[in-house]
Design a protein around this ligand. Structure first.
Ligand code: ARG
Length: 583
């Protein structure tokens, strides 16, 4: 079901345009910029007039004349140079809202061309601490995963662990340097492993010989050296445990825990295909695919380095082949920051030359960096890289300031308060991220992001909890949900906002832009608040009106809850903050 008012209007307009011999492509309406004048407007007459050298007001008048006859349109006017302003009648809006309220998808439709899509997000690396970049990729990816599923696509989310590059050799070399061999490796936990990695990183920056050893070990590891493989497996297992733990806390989920290493076998096949097709060549001992032609020549794809190891290019190309052959995907979308733009351009172009993913849409979505107040990438107070654990703790500490202590509220002991704190803290972190467009970076704002007011996750959760409280209260007084009637302007404005939900989700889906949903939740919560202050539910003039308003409130609650879900955020039943104030 797709209950969007706009679509019904578009259908009517398209017929009217056709009937008058006008190009239908100009018949679309948009939500009005002047809500005082109209609900929707169509500016098609202006564009048409420009093309046909006719008077735009005359064309608009022609269309308006026919629209006059449509029974769900209340008023129609031609304004300014030829804008068509349309106001719908209240019964029509109300009947749509009633249908929405009884639809389990709240009036949201699905896409027509359902297909399989692989989402590649998170992308943390073995032995390295996850930083805010991995956080952003995970938070955005999780939201896109939920949106894709909701609109009807078949989604596979793959974490694509960085587990096969030179850092693997670096850390093994560092352990051997310290211990003399790899015997103790199996006793090391994640914090010891990351310490080794940090030391290896410093050493390899300064010492060319150490770097060379690391490269050699990496090549041997990839080649199947059993001792290295066993040690590496332990490092990988410990890292995966820690990464899973982190992402679980953030409610970021994956269907697959594949890594670069899983593509190793297929890397061999890629090299074979490249040779058969004659697209690779040897250059200074390395095997490469040149990407020099076209209007934007790029450095080559490196399939095999001169030391014999595969590269980040090779594993990504091989992974695409696996996703195509094994998962039969129609689309693959990657989420990383801009430092990997060239990498993915090279990989996609290489894949094109190899012909291994015909008709598969490959898309790299670049997100901006998370900065601190100083405009530089977000760091801890002591200047270190902000990791996920610390970030969650900071958020929880902030949230605790707004919540009662364990035992202060009936039924809320240590465990319950802790759960609520986490739900709100995660909402604060995720919303602060998702309210920004993906492409823009943002400043991680440490003061207000976890507050219960303003454009924050907790504010939306709080709006939902307040409605829950109204619904509970209604139950105790025996007030039931009823048919929606629109009598006041606040009710009407709220209903029109609710009716946008399908469009909001589809736009977020098409543009892969969760911020569209985040904006909508905030606007809807604010519009609800205005309605709620102006239109009493419990003290409405009569029961029909009270029941109608209760339905509107419940629908807002359900829409907000669904929108938060699509952002990857939970909506707790209560927020333990004077929720029932105002009635
Ligand atoms: N591991 C990479 C990093 O930390 C991100 C992986 C992105 N996904 C991919 N298929 N290359 O930068």
């Amino acid at each position: 079901m797709n209950l969007l008012l706009e679509n019904e209007l578009n259908n009517v307009l398209s017929d009217v345009f056709e009937k008058n011999g006008l190009d239908k492509k100009f018949s679309f309406v948009k939500v009005s910029d002047r809500p005082d004048l109209s609900d929707f407007q169509c500016n098609g007459a202006l564009a048409l007039a420009k093309m046909t050298h006719k008077n735009p007001r005359e064309i608009a008048a022609l269309i308006a004349g026919d629209l006059q006859k449509i029974n769900f349109i209340d008023t129609i006017s031609v304004d300014g140079p030829g804008f068509i302003n349309i106001k719908l009648n209240n019964e029509f809006i109300a009947s749509n809202i009633n249908k929405m309220a009884s639809d389990e998808r709240l009036g949201c439709g699905e896409v027509e061309d359902k297909h399989k899509v692989v989402l590649d997000y998170g992308g943390p690396n073995v032995a390295k601490e996850m930083h805010v970049g991995h956080l952003r990729s995970g938070v955005i990816g999780e939201s896109i995963r939920r949106i894709e599923k909701f609109v009807g696509n078949e989604v596979t989310a793959d974490v694509h662990l960085g587990d096969w590059g030179t850092p693997m050799g670096m850390i093994l070399a560092e352990i051997i340097k310290t211990d003399g061999n790899l015997d103790k490796v199996f006793s090391y936990d994640i914090s010891q492993i990351t310490e080794f990695y940090k030391r290896a990183n410093i050493r390899c920056k300064e010492d060319e010989a150490a770097k060379e050893t690391a490269r050699k070990i990496t090549a041997e590891l990839q080649d199947g050296n059993t001792e290295y493989r066993k040690a590496w497996q332990h490092l990988r297992n410990e890292s995966v445990k820690a990464i899973k733990d982190n992402y679980e806390k953030l409610d970021v989920n994956f269907d697959l825990w594949w890594g670069e290493s899983d593509a190793h076998e297929t890397c061999g096949k890629i090299v074979k295909i490249a040779r058969e097709k004659g697209v690779s060549e040897i250059d200074n001992g390395a095997e490469i695919i040149r990407l020099e032609e076209g209007n934007k020549p790029k450095p080559p794809v490196i399939l095999i380095k001169s030391d014999g190891g595969y590269t980040y290019h090779t594993t990504d190309i091989a992974t695409i082949k696996m996703r195509v052959d094994d998962l039969h995907t129609d689309e693959i979308v990657y989420f990383t920051d801009s430092r990997q733009t060239l990498h993915f351009e090279q990989v996609f172009e290489g894949v094109g030359k190899l012909g291994i993913a015909p008709n598969v849409k490959l898309k790299h979505i670049v997100f901006g960096t998370v900065n601190g107040a100083d405009g530089k990438p977000f760091k801890t107070r002591d200047g270190g890289v902000m990791n996920l654990e610390t970030l969650i703790e900071i958020s929880k500490d902030k949230v605790r300031q707004s919540l009662p202590k364990a035992g202060e509220v009936d039924g809320y002991g240590e465990k319950e308060i802790e759960k609520l704190t986490s739900q709100i803290a995660v909402a604060a972190i995720k919303f602060q991220d998702l309210k920004n467009t993906i492409a823009s970076g943002y400043v991680f704002e440490l003061d207000d992001f976890a507050k219960f007011e303003g454009k924050t996750g907790p504010y939306i959760q709080y709006a939902i909890a307040r409605i829950n409280s109204v619904l509970r209260k209604a139950k105790t007084t025996g007030l039931d949900l009823g048919k929606v009637l629109l009598q006041t302007s606040e009710e009407r404005i709220l209903a029109l906002k609710l009716a946008q939900v399908h469009n909001v989700v589809m736009r977020a889906h098409n543009e892969k832009e969760p911020s569209i949903i985040a904006d909508y939740t905030y606007n809807l919560a604010q519009i609800f608040s205005t309605f709620y202050n102006a239109c009493s539910i419990m003290n409405a003039e009569n029961t029909e009106l009270a029941a109608s308003r209760l339905t509107l409130a419940k629908l807002v609650r359900d829409v907000l809850t669904l929108m938060l879900y699509l952002l990857g955020i939970e909506a707790p039943e209560v927020m333990l903050k004077a929720e029932n104030q105002g009635e």
